[in-house]
Design a protein around this ligand. Structure first.
Ligand code: DGT
Ligand code: CA
Ligand code: CA
Ligand code: ZN
Length: 579
C-alpha cells in the first residue's frame, strides 16, 4: 500500500495555501501534480528511494516538486509548506468544508477579519462583519451562516475514501510486526460506512506489549494519544487510529465485537440471551447451567471465540457480512436462511459514467479507454457533461459538439479491445427536463441524466420526470449531495425506484468518495423494490476507476446482489438495457 495519497494531500494543501494568497498558476500546477501522484500506479516512497529523477517520471511532476517529495521522505516535512502554513495559520480543511468557502475566501477572511477557525467564522458572520468585506455582501454572509451549521454536524468525520487507504496502510504495518498473526480493520471502516470517526484495528499476538510499542513508535504517527499494555491510539494523517491486541483464542470474538455496529451487537446479544448464551468480546458462552450469567465476562462454558464464523455459528447463524451489520433486519433474515449473496468487487465489468478532456476530465478518450483496459473492464461509456444548468465556465458540450464527439468515440471504439459506448451526462433541469436535444439523445448509446443545479428541496417529481424521458438510461448521482458539504435533494426513494423500474432506468451509485449517491439506505429500498442499480465512478482520470470499490461496498451495505447491478452484466446485455 503506497503513500501516494498522503503526498497528494500535502501538495493540495500547499495549493490551497497559495491560492488563498492569490498566487497565480502555481496552485494549478501543484494540484495537477497532486492528482497524478494520487493516481500513479507505483508507490511514491519507492520512487523516492531511487531519487528525484524517478519521482519526476510521474506526469506533471517537475524538479521542484520531486525535490519536495524527497525532502519529505528524508526530513518528515516540506520546509516551503511549513512556511506557508506559518503565513496563513488557518484550519483550511475545516473552513473549506463550509459550502461556498474556498481557499481564496479563507485567505480574504483571514486577512480582513483574522478568521482562523469555524468558530471565528461563525462569530464574524453573526456580528455582520462578513457583509462589510468588499465583494461579499449580505447574501454571501447568509450562505456562509447556513453552511456553517451543516459543516458543524459533520466535523471530525473523515470520508471513507480518505480513511480507507490510511487504514490499509496501518494494517500492512501492524501485520508486519513480529508476533502478529491475524490482523483486521474493525468498526465503521470495516463496515465501509461513508464517513469514519476513527479507524479501528485489531491484531492477534501472544506478545501484546511488543505490538503496542511498535505501533506507538510508527514513523507515520504524528501523535501518540495513549499507549497501554494491550491497546493504543495514535494520530496518522489527522485521523485517530485505535489498536487493540488480543490473544488468538479471542480474536474472532473481539473482531466481532469491535466491528459493530453497536446496534447490531445489541440485537445479537438479545438473540443470544433467548438461547441461554452469552456473547461478548471474549467469546460465546453457554450459560444454561450458570446461576448468574452477569457474574463476570467469562462465565459459563466457552463455545466459540477463535473465529468470527464460529461466533455466528454458535448463535445458530451464518456469517453476516460486516457491511450488513447495521441492525436493519439482517439477523432475522440470516435466521431464516435468506441472507443475500452480496455483489463483490471482482464482478464489476464496466463503467458507464466517466469524463474526458472534452468536458472537465483530464485525459483523452483513448487515455480513458486504455485505463479501463488496464483496470480490467470489458466496456465503458464516455459520458462527458452536456451544457445546461449547473455547468459553469463552458464545461459542457452543446448538441453540435456532442455529435462531433460521438463520431470521435465511434472511431476510437473501432480499434479498442473493449466495448466503448457513446454516452453523455445530461443535466436535469429544474422541471425535470433534460438539457440535450431529443434527436441527439436518441443517437447515443447510454444517457446519464443527473442534477447539477437547484440542489435543495423535494425533487421526487423532478427526478421522476427525468426518468420518464424515453432516452434516459441512468439517473446519475440522484441527490446531488456532497458528503460533509451539502445535503442535496430530498426525494421519496421508493417512488423514484418504482418509476425507474417502469421506465427501464438504472439508479446510479456514484462511487466518488464525496458523493456515494445513492447512499446505502436508499440502495436497500431500491433493491427491495426490484430496481436496477449501476455502480459508476464518474472518473475524471484513469486512476479514479479504482474508486469503484467504494460504490461496490455501498451496494453491499444496501444488500445488493450481482444481478441487481447493471454493470455486472455483459456488454450485450447492457446495450440491450440502454437501447
Ligand atoms: P465511528 O468510529 O464513529 O465511525 O464508528 P464505529 O462503529 O467504528 O465506533 P467506535 O470506533 O466507537 O467503536 C468500534 C466498535 O466497537 C463499534 O462499532 C461497536 C463496538 N462498541 C463500541 N462501544 C460499544 C458499546 O458501548 N456497546 C457495544 N455493544 N458495542 C460497542
Ligand atoms: Ca471507529
Ligand atoms: Ca474506536
Ligand atoms: Zn459526471
Amino acid at each position: 500500500m503506497s503513500r501516494n495519497a498522503e503526498i497528494a494531500d500535502l501538495f493540495e494543501e500547499y495549493a490551497d495555501l497559495l491560492d488563498a494568497q492569490d498566487v497565480q498558476y502555481k496552485p494549478q500546477s501543484y494540484r495537477r501534480a497532486a492528482d497524478n501522484i494520487r493516481d500513479h500506479p507505483e508507490a511514491i516512497e519507492e520512487l523516492a528511494e531511487d531519487g528525484p529523477d524517478a519521482v519526476g517520471e510521474i506526469p506533471q511532476v517537475g524538479d521542484s516538486i520531486a525535490g519536495k517529495v524527497i525532502e519529505y521522505f528524508e526530513t518528515g516535512k516540506i520546509e516551503e509548506l511549513e512556511e506557508e502554513r506559518a503565513k496563513l495559520p488557518v484550519r483550511m480543511a475545516e473552513l473549506t468544508r463550509v459550502e461556498g468557502v474556498g481557499p481564496k475566501t479563507v485567505g480574504t477572511l483571514y486577512e480582513e477579519l483574522g478568521v482562523r477557525t469555524l468558530d471565528d467564522l461563525e462569530e464574524a458572520a453573526r456580528a455582520g462583519e462578513i457583509r462589510e468585506i468588499k465583494g461579499f455582501g449580505p447574501k454571501t454572509e447568509e450562505n456562509i451562516t447556513d453552511g456553517i451549521e451543516f459543516a458543524r454536524t459533520v466535523r471530525g468525520r473523515e470520508l471513507l475514501g480518505n480513511a480507507r487507504p490510511v487504514g490499509e496502510q496501518v494494517l500492512t504495518f501492524v501485520s508486519d510486526v513480529p508476533s502478529v498473526g491475524r490482523c483486521e480493520l474493525g468498526g465503521s471502516i470495516r463496515r465501509w460506512c461513508e464517513t469514519i470517526g476513527d479507524v479501528d484495528v485489531l491484531a492477534e499476538s501472544e506478545d501484546k506489549q511488543a505490538v503496542v510499542d511498535a505501533f506507538a513508535d510508527w514513523e507515520r504517527a504524528t501523535e501518540v494519544i495513549e499507549a497501554g499494555t494491550d491497546k493504543a491510539a495514535i494520530r496518522v494523517s489527522d485521523m485517530r487510529i485505535d489498536l487493540r491486541v488480543v490473544v488468538p483464542e479471542e480474536f474472532g470474538s473481539a473482531l466481532q465485537y469491535f466491528t459493530g455496529s453497536k446496534n447490531h451487537n445489541i440485537t445479537l446479544r438479545n438473540h443470544a440471551i433467548e438461547r441461554d448464551l452469552k456473547v461478548n468480546e471474549y467469546g460465546v458462552f453457554d450459560v444454561s447451567d450458570v446461576d448468574d450469567p452477569d457474574a463476570g465476562q467469562r462465565v459459563g462454558e466457552k463455545v466459540a471465540g477463535e473465529t468470527e464464523e464460529s461466533m455466528y455459528e454458535a448463535l445458530g447463524l451464518p456469517l453476516i457480512a460486516p457491511e450488513m451489520r447495521e441492525d436493519n433486519g439482517e439477523i432475522d433474515v440470516a435466521l431464516a436462511g435468506e441472507l443475500p449473496v452480496l455483489i463483490e468487487e471482482g464482478e464489476i465489468r464496466g463503467d458507464l459514467h466517466l469524463h474526458t478532456e472534452w468536458s472537465d476530465g483530464n485525459n483523452t478518450i483513448e487515455g480513458m479507454v486504455e485505463g479501463a483496459v488496464e483496470f480490467g473492464h470489458d466496456y465503458i461509456s464516455i459520458s462527458d457533461h452536456a451544457t445546461g444548468p449547473g455547468m459553469v465556465g463552458g464545461v459542457g458540450l452543446d448538441d453540435d459538439e456532442l455529435r462531433e464527439q460521438m463520431d470521435e468515440i465511434r472511431n476510437v471504439a473501432e480499434d479498442a479491445p473493449i466495448d466503448v459506448f457513446a454516452g453523455v451526462e445530461a443535466n436535469i433541469e429544474g422541471d425535470g427536463g433534460v438539457s440535450v436535444a431529443d434527436d441527439v439523445l436518441a443517437e447515443l448509446d447510454v444517457v446519464v441524466a443527473s442534477p447539477h443545479s437547484g440542489l435543495d428541496g423535494d425533487a421526487t417529481d423532478r427526478l421522476i420526470r427525468a426518468i420518464e424521458h424515453p432516452s434516459v438510461d441512468i439517473l446519475g448521482h440522484p441527490s446531488g449531495r456532497l458528503i460533509n458539504q451539502r445535503p442535496g435533494l430530498d426525494f421519496d426513494v421508493r417512488e423514484v425506484a418504482r418509476a425507474a423500474i417502469d421506465n427501464d432506468v438504472a439508479l446510479e451509485i456514484n462511487s466518488s468518495p464525496s458523493r456515494l449517491d445513492l447512499w446505502s439506505g436508499a440502495v436497500q429500498v431500491a433493491v427491495e423494490e426490484g430496481a436496477t442499480i449501476v455502480i459508476d465512478t464518474d472518473a475524471h482520470s484513469p486512476g479514479e476507476y479504482r474508486n469503484v470499490r467504494y460504490g461496490v461496498h455501498t451496494a453491499r451495505r444496501g444488500w445488493a446482489e450481482p444481478r441487481d447491478v447493471l454493470n455486472t452484466w455483459d456488454a450485450e446485455e447492457v446495450r440491450d438495457f440502454c437501447h
